[in-house]
Design a protein around this ligand. Structure first.
Ligand code: F6R
Length: 607
């Protein structure tokens, strides 16, 4: 995680660095800092906590200089305190870093033998000390940076700034993304091009192992072997305006409310106008040549994959394997002929998901991805990249990205079903009409918010909660539990309803709220039996169902949330809404930091 930025500019760098960091705060908000070269001398300002603390500090202790680097931190090595805050600076060099230097202990030991002492608990300080060590040996800045980089193992996006060098920055990338922005007699760098949006739309992405020496008038990129290379400059479309809350108290509430609109955009991007087919970007994929799908992702995106497994298996008859990306990448699973590998990621930069994708390169017949950032590493490294069109998602807890991911995955499963002859033209058209009706149904479902808010007042007093669902509702139960724990800090677990009696039922007592997701489909009676088992043991049930389900099963239930009717295949998209509201209002009642919950970051670029 962490976000890094840098500027060799014509104007004061500090305000621009802070503005760029604001756009990267989704990568971590444990602390923030900037360093500049002013009149040839390195100086820095750092503050613990959110970026606003650094901005406040800069009001009282301004930092001059037209070249600078900046960092927003998600702590990996060492507590989120001032001493561990980036930039890490020695006499002659300042460094910002995103990633993990895996061999930093060995490097530390080597430096200690040379009499060099560490002051922080971070892996990054080792990079600065190593560069200083080479400078002390007489290396020039470029040599010092290159010799340092050559010794690093692990993942990094790095930027070096040198004392006495106001027109020089050296950057490197391995495992963590880094974009170089082109200005007029100015150059910028950022972990994500979005950081550079107010300054430029002309961007070059470094590739794995690249190193770049930057001045205001030149950019020299070398590959891992040190050979000069040219990397493509692209003009990218980025929203330069700061995304605002549009009158909502939190980004999360805005993003929940946006779902009917953004899903209609997702649908418009994929469903042809007469609803007779689904158009995929580029050449699409020929599902008649695919006999197996393997999926790997993390967190909420993993639950989107889990939902899609039901769709691909039931609608398209395609066997699906699914795993957490962090497990998949080290499990060395055989990827056989005819396998398509599919990766889902809102950010498109999640380190484990990217590593899982790279594991499949050269093994899978086709690599597909579903992301919200078309310029991201995962999107760029896929054979077929399918954007979800959710718009920027700022709240750390994923909401609209999840339902847009589900929408794209459902359409892809329908495409597969049609290509494999499992659904007729008429059947496809009927399903696509149902999809097109979804935004209106979601709009109608927004009406449950007030009821959910009142339930949340009581839920906020709980220490634990359970979420139960069967079939397509099982992944939504998992997602509901994840949402609740990540923003309200209430311990919550999701279970497949049928698993309850195999252990978790021991947790049930009159203090345990149990959210049961049960639209009135073929599995309804089975889920209701499990719900009865909970109620028989005093558990307080919150039943989320439709009108028919409420009529048949509300007796004895503490609260029933009634959802509009929808095609049963689409229930996961609709039933995501009440569990999002439940988490949101519980967190608001508890007064937690909804958009930036403790210990989390929006984009997890370390493994
Ligand atoms: C939970 C959440 C995370 C992400 C996960 C993967 O609300 O947002 O669990 O889903 O970190 O992130 P992406 O989708 O960017 O790969």
């Amino acid at each position: 995680m962490c976000g890094i930025v840098g500027i060799l500019g014509q104007h004061e760098a500090a305000p621009m660095l802070v503005e760029a960091l604001k756009r990267l705060e989704y990568r971590g908000y444990d602390s923030a800092g900037i360093a500049t070269v002013n009149d040839g001398a390195l100086d820095r300002r750092r503050a613990v906590g959110k970026l606003v603390n650094l901005s406040d500090l800069l009001v009282h202790e301004p930092l001059a200089g037209k070249s600078g680097i900046g960092h927003t931190r998600w702590a990996t090595h060492g507590a989120p305190n001032l001493i561990n805050t980036h930039p890490h600076q020695t006499r002659r060099v300042a460094v910002v870093h995103n990633g993990i230097i895996e061999n930093y202990r060995d490097l530390r030991a080597d430096l200690a033998k040379a009499g060099v002492r560490h002051q922080t608990e971070t892996d990054t300080e080792t990079v600065a000390l190593l560069a200083q060590h080479y400078l002390d040996e007489g290396a020039n800045p470029e040599e010092a940076a290159r010799r340092t980089i050559a010794r690093l193992e692990g993942a990094y996006a790095l930027a070096f700034l040198f004392d006495g060098e106001s027109d020089l920055m050296i950057v490197a990338r391995k495992g963590s993304p880094l974009a170089i922005g082109h200005g007029t007699d100015e150059v910028y760098i950022g972990s994500d091009a979005i950081a550079l949006a107010p300054m430029t739309d002309r961007v070059t992405y470094l590739e794995e192992g690249d190193c770049a020496v930057l001045t205001r008038s030149s950019i020299t990129i070398t590959d891992p072997d040190g050979n000069p290379v040219t990397r493509e400059e692209r003009t990218i479309q980025l929203d330069a305006a700061r995304v605002d809350k549009a009158g909502h108290k939190h980004f999360m509430s805005k993003e929940i409310a946006e779902q009917p609109t953004v899903i209609s955009e997702t649908i418009a991007a994929y469903v042809v106008s007469n609803a007779s087919d689904i158009k995929l970007p580029g050449d699409g994929i020929d599902f008649t040549e695919i006999n197996r799908l393997t999926m790997a992702s993390c967190g909420t995106a993993y639950y989107a994959c889990l939902t899609a497994k039901y769709w691909f298996e039931q609608l398209a008859g395609l066997p699906v394997e699914i795993d957490f990306a962090s497990e998949f990448r080290y499990r060395a699973p055989p990827v056989t002929d005819g396998t398509a590998a599919l990766f889902v990621s809102q950010s498109g930069e999640t380190a484990d998901t990217l590593a899982a994708l790279r594991y499949c390169e050269g093994k899978a017949q086709s690599i597909l991805s579903v992301t919200n950032v078309p310029q991201s590493s995962i999107a760029r490294e896929s054979d077929l990249s399918m954007p979800i069109h959710a718009g920027a998602e700022i709240g750390v807890a994923s909401t609209k990205a999840f339902t847009c991911q589900l929408t794209v995955l459902f359409l892809l499963a329908l495409k597969a079903a049609h290509a494999r002859g499992r659904i007729t033209d008429e059947g496809l058209r009927a399903k696509l009409e149902a999809v097109r009706g979804l935004p209106a149904i979601l709009n109608q479902a927004m009406g449950v918010e007030e009821h959910v808010r009142s339930i949340s007042q009581r839920l906020a007093e709980s220490r634990d909660a359970l979420f139960l669902g069967r079939g397509l509702m099982f992944p939504i139960a998992l997602e509901g539990a994840l949402k609740l724990k990540e923003i309200s800090y209430i311990h919550a677990e999701g279970y497949a309803s049928g698993e309850l009696k195999h252990g978790p039922i021991a947790l049930i007592d009159e203090k345990m709220p149990v959210v049961v997701l049960a639209p009135r489909n073929a599995l309804f009676d089975k889920t209701v039996s499990n719900m009865q088992e909970v109620m028989a043991r005093g558990g307080n049930v919150i039943l989320i169902t439709d009108a028919a389900g409420a009529r048949d099963a509300s007796d004895g239930v503490w609260q029933t949330i009634v959802m509009p009717d929808v095609d049963f295949d689409l229930t996961p998209i609709l039933y995501a809404l009440p569990v999002q509201f439940l988490a949101y209002h519980t967190a608001v009642t508890k007064g937690t930091d909804v958009d930036q919950p403790r210990n989390l970051a929006k984009s997890v670029t370390v493994e």
